[in-house]
Design a binder for this molecule. Structure first.
Ligand SMILES: Nc1nc2c(c(=O)[nH]1)N[C@@H](CN(C=O)c1ccc(C(=O)N[C@@H](CCC(=O)O)C(=O)O)cc1)CN2
Ligand SMILES: NCC(=O)N[C@@H]1O[C@H](COP(=O)([O-])[O-])[C@@H](O)[C@H]1O
Length: 220
């Protein structure tokens, strides 16, 4: 399967996907990496892996609909079977989301539906939460409101900084995202009637993990 990955920054989740494709954990190939920011370090990660990169800058297309049309034109050059958002920091229009309906994933740094939007780690710390985590979901028009597929949980410690909590969440993200992407590549995962389904079972699977154990996974 052809994967196209959208990024805006560091690209550690992109690297996890690249590595998983190389090791065979994902039965797919990253056909292209597209960023809205030319300074995204993830572009260097893609280039190091000989993967096509492109920058579609939102500064060149201030109108959101025109931006999304330019993004679609670039993405569709690579005939994606699955569009993967990995730290892509732009809200997408309904036209864009509908164009890729059912074949577009996002990883979000919270236990959705808690903390949709931005600054999730700070919000969890400010709230005094004892747990936090990450969610992989299908993308819909509703911001971070699409059907959740898999979540991973991490503990929050009283003296945590945002950076320490973010790093703990990253470790889990790098496990669950390749797993979910491969479910899609194996044609085990679909979005139907606004819900996520794995092997014919309605999701989410409450796959929880902490620092000292792996992500609980449904039987293969
Ligand atoms: N229609 C949808 N678009 C996007 C979704 C989605 O579920 N539906 N997920 C987000 C990813 N995301 C959180 O996971 C997210 C990204 C960006 C923003 C945001 O407020 N962006 C601002 C710009 C912020 C910046 O440039 O730093 C904006 O677009 O005006 C919120 C949540 C991706 N898109
Ligand atoms: N709202 C979207 C969002 O905040 N996504 C988050 O951005 C980070 C990207 O890191 P990476 O560039 O190292 O993969 C990840 O933690 C991802 O969950």
């Amino acid at each position: 399967m052809n994967l196209v990955v959208l990024i805006s920054g560091t690209g550690s989740n992109l690297q996890a996907v690249i590595d998983a494709c190389k090791s065979g954990k994902i039965h797919g190939r990253v056909a292209a990496v597209v960023s809205n920011r030319a300074d995204a370090y993830g572009l260097k990660r893609a280039q190091a892996a000989d993967i096509h990169t492109a920058v579609i800058s939102h500064q060149d297309h201030p109108d959101r609909a025109q931006y999304d049309a330019a993004l679609i034109a670039e993405i569709d050059r690579h005939q994606p079977d699955l569009l993967i958002m990995a730290g892509f920091m732009r809200i997408l229009t309904p036209a864009f989301v509908n164009h890729y309906a059912g074949r577009m994933l996002n990883i979000h740094p919270s236990l959705l539906p808690k903390y949709q939007g931005l600054h999730t780690h700070q919000r969890a710390l400010d709230a005094g939460d004892s747990e936090h985590g990450a969610s992989v979901h299908f993308v819909t028009e509703e911001l971070d409101g699409g059907p959740v597929i898999l979540q991973a949980k991490v503990p929050v410690f009283a003296d945590d900084t945002v950076e320490e909590l973010a790093q703990r969440v990253h470790v889990q993200e790098h496990q669950i995202y390749p797993l979910v992407i491969n479910w899609f590549c194996q044609q085990r995962l679909v979005m139907k009637e606004g819900k996520a389904w794995l092997d014919g079972e309605c999701l989410p699977v409450s796959g929880y993990a902490s620092d000292d154990d792996g992500v609980e996974q449904p039987a293969e």
